[in-house]
Structure formats: structure tokens, C-alpha cells
Write a protein that binds this ligand. Sequence first.
Ligand code: SDX
Length: 430
Amino acid sequence: MADNKSATLRLGDKDIDLPIYSPTAGPDVVDIRKLYAEGGVFTYDPGFTSTASCDSTITFIDGDKGELLHRGYPIDQLAGKSHYLEVCYLLLYGELPTGAELEDFEARVTGHTMLHEQMTFFFRGFRRDAHPMAIMVGVVGAMSAFYHDSTDIADPWQREVASIRLIAKMPTIAAWAYKFWIGQPFIYPRNDLDYAGNFLRMCFAVPAEEYEVNPILSRAMDRIFTLHADHEQNASTSTVRLASSSGANPFACIAAGIACLWGPAHGGANQACLEMLEEIGTVDRIPEFIARAKDRDDPFRLMGFGHRVYKNFDPRATVMKQSADEVLDLLGIDDNPKLQVAKELEKVALADPYFAEKKLFPNVDFYSGIILEAMGFPTSMFTPIFALSRTVGWISQWKEQLDDPEHKIGRPRQLYQGATLRDYVDVEDR
Ligand code: SDX
């Protein structure tokens, strides 16, 4: 990576030269690894607003241009021309597959969609009102207790099997978490259905009658999976990388990613956004909520708005908005009040100088919930679907880190502001 460029940091009377590396796309980076050893100081960057935690070849985001590339291919082309399992192959192996490679990959995934039968009892240990994300965190973590033959991360073959198992079984786990929550029997995967159709059937079929997969909904579902597949070093991906850096098994690492994604500032925003649209209710109440979002004394934020990296627009939101129009139109839902509120809210917010100067606009979570609700999902299933989709991104980044000979355990330092050394005082003397 060295490019013979460097930055000089002056600390007191000492100059420290720090190498600068130029990426294939994006800003240069300053390598500060020797800073503490040579300068006796740490850098300070809570929230990692200016810190690259790794080097990667998987996904690139240009926040100013609103560009998202997976292995160089733009998300709008992948969402329009590809499908989720092909994008999974691209993220995992770096290139678009040939026809034969894709067929083999899809067969491998299809062959792993069933869960160990004993896991059905694990689901039953939860209360019926458990949030599906709580079930997913538990069940995915428990996979390390059921699939011992793919937990040794030193074995490339076991890493590959764990990767396929996780991608293949997440739809079954998410669907069964939903079925358990609504008190219906688990529906087993079918090998004659594609990935998205299988998921829809496992969620919405009942033993009492035949279920026909609606091709429109299946295509929309597959597109939602693709739009959420990977996104550089976001909070949950960074969690997976940090967990993996200690040598933890893949199922434990992905369970950690699911737990992090659950937060409303991250993957939980799609559920929070739809609940916000429900609370707003009608277009005439939008000014009240815009005012609250702008009030620094009010913790309320417009859910589904804003992004750490995108400072122009989120290309996934653009595709999602088109898809929302298509799906609702094809389903004959032309008076969806939440979509009307969402579109008017976007229009009002984008015309407001506050949001323009803070560069706030809809992100991937703003419209996704409207489509998912139209498909029949409750809001509590929105983040599990995000987790299902993002599993391939977490796995791809996990594999990349393990393949990096320089990778080591992640162990950040701190700016300590606590008490300095003092002696213990017996309780009678306090
Ligand atoms: C995802 O990282 C990723 O890539 C994530 C993701 C992925 O695919 O993995 O893209 C998925 O998580 C999308 C984001 C979903 N979250 C939300 O929609 C929740 C609402 N948005 C925010 O909470 C916020 O915008 C974040 C968390 C997304 C980004 O936060 P930052 O980058 O830390 O920005 P910030 O909180 O420092 O805000 C900067 C300013 C603040 O005002 P000041 O303190 O400077 O006066 O903008 C304001 C914030 O108050 N602001 C908002 C706002 N988001 C930021 N004000 C109102 N509504 C909002 N949504």
C-alpha cells in the first residue's frame, strides 16, 4: 500500500512522519500505527468519523456522489439487473459468476436451507411475544452449538461451509421467528423455490391451504435483500469484524452483528420509521414533526433520515422509493396514507434549510417499511429482514478480515478522564 507519500506531525520538538496511502477510490489515509510508539500519543475519534478501521475491496460508498459500489458494480444496476444470490456470490468471491458458477452456488445455498430439527425446541424456549430480533440473536448464536463442524475458523473449508450455512438458513430462522411470534406452525423450506419466494412462503403459508408465491412480491423481496446486502464498515459490520478479531466462531460473530443492527440508529430505523409515519398519521401534522426534528432540546429525530456517509442522497432509497410505487401500484394499493405522508415529509424536509445544511435526506430505511408492510409483514419483522439481507455482507467482510495476514485483535485505547491513583478508605473512615 505504501505510496512514498507522508504527513509530518509535529509533537513538541519532535517531527513524526506518517505514511499516506492512496486508495483506488475515496480519500487518502494516514497510517498512524506507529504514532503511540514514536510520539507517545493516541488519536481521538469517538464514532470513527475520520478513521479507517481496515482496508477492503468489497464495497465502496461515495457519500458526496451518492454512489454505492459492490466490487465496482453500482447498486442501481445490481438491483435492476441482478438478483440477491448472484450479488451474494459477487460479494463473497469478488467477481460476477458464470452461469455454471451461479447454478452451483445456488444449489449449495438451497441444500443448506433446513435447520437442525433440534433447533425447533430452541425457538420454543422463547416467550411468544419475544421480538423476532431477540430470537434471531439467540438462535444464530446457538448455531455454534449445532454446527460444530463449521466453527474452526483456521480451516478454509469450514469457513466456506459456515458462510453458506448462514446465508442459506437466515431466511428459515427469520421466517420461523415470525411464525413462532404469531403462533403458527413452522413452514419448512422448499428446494423448488428461489431464495425470496422460499422466504415469503415460509412466512405466509399455512398447512391448511396451498400457497402461491406472488412473482411481483418475490421480485420486490429479492430487490430489498440486494439493497441491504453490504455497506462498508457500518456499525454492525464493524461489530462482526471486532468479534472475529478475537477468533470467535462465525455464528457468534454474526449474532453480535445482529445485536448491533437492532438499534434504532442503525437497522432498527426501518421499524422506527414506519412507527413514526403512523404517529404522524396525516400530512397536516408534518410541520409539527419537522419542528420537533429541528429542536435541539427535543430528542426526536426523523427516522429514516440522515446518514454518516451519504451527504447527497442514499442511492438505495432512490431504488426503494421506485419499488414502493411499483409494488403498491401492482397490489392496487393507491391510497396508502403512510406513503403519502412519507412523500410529503420528504418533500417538506428537503425544502427546509435545516435539513439541507445538515445534509439530511431519506436513507435506505425511509421507504423500505412501506413496501414490507404492503407485503404483509408487521413492523417487528423489518429489522430481521435487514439482518437476513446483511448476513452476506457481514460474512464477506468476516472472510476478508480472516484472509488478511496482517489482521490482529482489535483493541482501541481511550482518552481517560477518571480519577487518578488514590488509596482505599475503610468504610468506617468515609
Ligand atoms: C443505517 O452506517 C451505515 O452504512 C448504516 C446503514 C447500512 O446500510 O449499514 O446505511 C443503515 O443505519 C441507515 C441509518 C438509519 N438510521 C436512521 O434513520 C436514524 C435517524 N438518523 C440518525 O440518527 C443519524 O442521521 C444517523 C445515526 C444515521 C447518522 O448519525 P451521525 O452521522 O452520527 O450524525 P449526527 O447524529 O452527528 O447528526 C448530525 C446533525 C446533528 O445535529 P447537530 O448536533 O449538529 O445540531 O444532524 C442532526 C443531528 O441532530 N440529525 C438529525 C437526524 N440525523 C442527524 N436531525 C433530525 N433527524 C435526523 N434523522
